[in-house]
Ligand binder design. Structure first.
Ligand code: NDP
Ligand code: 2IT
Length: 445
């Protein structure tokens, strides 16, 4: 494989999908050496078959808002690769969603799911519908309209969606309800379901907890841990909340959280009681993060900015893609950050990643660090198949073991001669090899 040629070709064919090109560009150079050790891969044009999704489903979603107006949104499902298991990945509802973003997420998901040790292929879906500011009834009608189409393309052994930005327990519940009605079946076709109808314990916590477990493994390689360390977290949604919870449990101090309008900084630390307030504010009242300073006036709110200029030991980006650019990365390094572990998918730009790696700090890409969410989704699928539910302790233990395993695999494939662990390379090569071997065994399909 000639990376430049493959990338130029993809760029020519998909010129309007910058996030997809960015994600592929980050992976190919790191797997090139391993790929080229296997001439049979190139003969089978494995790289093109791995980069281009198996199938893309795209549809119109029409629904009625509370004023009786008919609204139209786009719906998508990108079924990227099912070499090692059914397509699996979240659904994103956000006004920014387009095909290129979902293709990047589905591509990343394929490698991530391979790393989890569980049998799951990669997929992603979503809509440019934003639940923010919509009534419950509007969200329900949208989810039902979305499922009228998506139902035809998913199933427990075919494609199993879950949540992502803008899709939490409420949305999964509405989508599952419509799916069940249309198919006349109760199956585990969604994960992240409510506890009462097959949802796994610890699934809501899994991405945030998993990221902190991964961080602990990284810190261990430096003979340290979280005690007394200060942490910058972005976002205030599902991933950010449970990241904060686990950081607090392990003795760290959380200084910031954010949403798309700005961030809060609390020099005294966001403690358990304050985090409870944030969870209620975001999950029950669906409020904005700036309301935190009304409740805790000694904290500050910075409108229109990201938290990366604040001084801390660790950064855990947990909002969205490309939220740390090169300048933000330089500011983090200048302020003494020793570790960056990605709860979000692709939150660091290529420039930022270079800054982290040049500075030789601990840096974990999302496909490794945030794999805990989809891992517990995989465990939810297992529980649904055997029609049992495991205890929170059992699921948490398995999650912990999976994150340790992913870390060990990153070290195995990513440790450089000088001892530096290149987690990007480690995750990409480990994720790739399993999918590649499965694809080779299955012929040209
Ligand atoms: P949520 O919708 O629960 O929360 C998203 C948070 O990020 C909100 O605080 C939101 O603020 C903020 N945000 C969203 N878009 C933007 C933007 N364009 N600019 C700035 N802030 C933004 O989503 P999750 O917590 O589930 O997802 C967060 C990240 O983690 C995503 O990258 C997702 O792909 C990734 N992830 C999620 C997993 C999961 O299991 N849920 C698993 C693995 C990764 P606002 O309210 O203003 O929109
Ligand atoms: O990006 C992700 O890994 C997710 N949004 C979770 C996917 C899943 O199927 O649980």
């Amino acid at each position: 494989m000639e990376v430049k040629k493959v990338l130029a070709d993809l760029q020519r064919r998909f010129p309007n999908e910058p996030e997809y090109i960015q994600a592929v560009s980050q992976v190919l150079p790191t797997i090139e050496e391993e790929y080229n050790k296997h001439p049979e891969f190139d003969k089978a044009n494995l790289i093109e078959r791995l980069c281009i999704p198996d199938r893309i489903i795209q549809f119109r979603v029409s629904w009625m808002d509370d004023n009786g107006n008919i609204q139209t949104n786009m719906g998508y499902r990108v079924q990227h690769n099912n070499a090692i298991g059914p397509y699996k990945g979240g659904i994103r509802f956000h006004s920014s969603v387009n095909l290129g973003i979902l293709k990047f997420l589905a591509f990343e998901q394929t490698f991530k799911n391979s790393l989890t040790t569980l049998p799951m292929g990669g997929g992603k879906g979503g809509s440019d519908f934003s639940p923010r500011g919509k009534s419950n009834a509007e969200v329900m009608r949208f989810c039902q309209a979305f499922m009228l189409e998506l139902t035809k393309h998913i199933g427990p052994d075919e494609d199993v969606p879950a949540g992502d930005i803008g899709v939490g327990g409420r949305e999964v519940g509405f989508m599952f309800g419509m799916y069940k009605k249309l198919t006349h079946e109760f199956t585990g076709t969604f994960t992240g379901k409510g506890r009462e109808f097959g949802g796994s314990l610890i699934r809501p916590e899994a991405t945030g907890y998993g990221n902190v477990y991964f961080l602990m493994e990284m810190l261990k390689t430096k003979g340290t841990d979280l005690k007394g360390k200060s942490v910058l977290i972005s976002g205030s949604g599902n991933v950010a909340q449970y990241t904060a919870e686990k950081v607090l449990q392990l003795g760290g101090k959380v200084l910031t959280m954010s949403d798309s309008n700005g961030y809060i900084y609390d020099a005294d630390g966001i403690d358990r009681a304050k985090l409870d307030y944030i969870m209620e504010l975001k999950n029950v009242y669906r409020g904005r993060i700036k309301e935190y300073v009304d409740k805790y006036p000694t904290a500050k709110y910075v409108e229109g900015a990201k938290p990366w200029n604040e001084k801390a030991d660790i950064a855990l980006p947990s909002a969205t893609q490309n939220e740390i650019n090169g300048d933000a990365a330089k500011a983090l390094i200048a302020n003494g950050v020793i570790a960056v572990s990605e709860g979000a998918n692709m939150p660091s730009t290529p420039e930022a990643i270079k800054v982290f790696q040049d500075a030789k700090i601990l840096y974990a890409p999302g496909k490794a660090a945030n794999a805990g969410g989809v891992s517990v989704s995989g465990l939810e699928m297992s529980q649904n198949s055997e029609r049992l539910s495991w205890t929170a302790e059992e699921v948490d233990n398995r999650l912990h073991m999976i994150m340790e395993d992913i870390h060990a695999n990153c070290v195995k494939y990513g440790k450089e001669e000088n001892g530096y662990i290149n987690y990007v390379k480690g995750a990409n090569v480990a994720g790739f090899m399993k999918v590649a071997k499965a694809m080779m065994a299955q012929g040209i399909v």
